[in-house]
Design a protein around this ligand. Structure first.
Ligand SMILES: Nc1ncnc2c1ncn2[C@@H]1O[C@H](COP(=O)(O)OP(=O)(O)OP(=O)(O)O)[C@@H](O)[C@H]1O
Length: 302
């Protein structure tokens, strides 16, 4: 992922046209596709690649721009990832090596205070798109620009199953960039949000998947993120915990954060998001208000 210092300069370029595009058509801070040059269409049914219309002084600050993004994986037919050598095309002739074009020319702009649901069938490229936004998976072409580093909810990689929940709070907190003092100040709140008071001294490997997910959510969501990506975290845990997670996501959003929520639960998406992007076979199929996009997505499945 490219993090740009002068975000406003970059925003003068139009997503979808690449780095050497023509003269800028959008002023900094204004939504690409918004304003006077937006084609006539209902505000709630934006076509692929465009953001919901907004203009004038109320236009919000863009925080993530995804510009004609393509992501490809190289895999052996055995299913094993091909690794860096193949990705550098050293082994493209190797028998059984296949390329999966997971994200195909996706462009959109995300704004401050948006909670964007990312929906689509299994294997449509949602997680790949999110992993590329946070910089974990490199683009084949195109780019992602962000006003600050996006965080993928889940400090999972930093946690150690053999250690207690309590020790993992320290590890996860440090991984999120807290000082030890800050971790101490937040510890009680994290344990109580996760509702693990009676289990916090036990090794995490003894937790059920719902309990681990609750702890991971509580650690990650204890921080006020400017850009937070939640991938399916709400699918686990019981209904009550889901409600509290959704409330916490709304809180992060209200405090000037932007949240992406990847989920197969249309209820979570409708309860939490104010914009939805539908990815279909790696392509941005629809981008607009939640009710309209979810309805169209459900129709397509009939
Ligand atoms: N590490 C990987 N190596 C090779 N191919 C991958 C890898 N990760 C994903 N893919 C492939 O990329 C495509 C998109 O997968 P991705 O996980 O992004 O979809 P998704 O929409 O998040 O799916 P789901 O809803 O099932 O989680 C799929 O064809 C998948 O098999």
């Amino acid at each position: 992922m490219a993090e740009v210092t002068n975000f406003d300069d970059m925003l003068r370029r139009e997503p979808g046209r690449g780095g050497d595009g023509p003269a800028p058509r959008h002023m900094s801070g204004q939504a690409p596709g918004a304003g006077g040059d937006a084609p006539d269409r209902p505000a709630d049914s934006a076509p692929a690649g465009s953001a919901p219309a907004q203009s004038g002084p109320s236009a919000r600050r863009p925080v993530v721009v995804v510009d004609d993004l393509h992501v490809k994986y190289k895999v052996y037919s055995s299913g094993k990832a091909a690794g860096a050598a193949a990705n550098r095309k050293l082994f493209t002739r190797t028998r059984g090596l296949r390329e999966v074009h997971a994200v195909r020319g996706v462009s959109f702009t995300a704004y401050e205070n948006e909670s964007i649901g990312i929906i689509g069938s299994n294997g449509s490229g949602k997680s790949t798109l999110m992993r590329t936004i946070v910089g974990l998976t490199p683009p084949a072409s195109g780019a992602v620009y962000a006003s600050s580093r996006p965080n993928l909810l889940g400090v999972g990689a930093a946690l150690i199953p053999d250690l207690s929940g309590d020790k993992n709070i320290t590890l996860g907190g440090l991984a999120l960039g807290y000082t030890r003092k800050e971790v101490e100040a937040l510890r009680e709140e994290i344990v109580s949000f996760a509702e693990l008071e009676d289990f916090i001294d036990l090794p995490m490997k003894t937790y059920s998947s719902g309990m681990s997910a609750r702890l991971k959510f509580a650690i990650a969501a204890s921080k006020q993120h400017e850009i937070l990506i939640v991938d399916e975290a709400l699918a686990v845990g019981d209904a009550r915990f889901r409600q509290r997670s959704e409330a916490r996501i709304r809180e992060i959003r209200e405090n000037a954060g932007t949240v992406f929520l990847v989920s197969h639960s249309m209820k979570s998406i409708l309860d939490t998001c104010n914009r939805v992007i539908w990815i279909n076979k790696g392509v941005l199929e629809m981008d607009g208000d939640p009710a309209t996009v979810v309805r169209a997505y459900k129709e397509s499945k009939k």
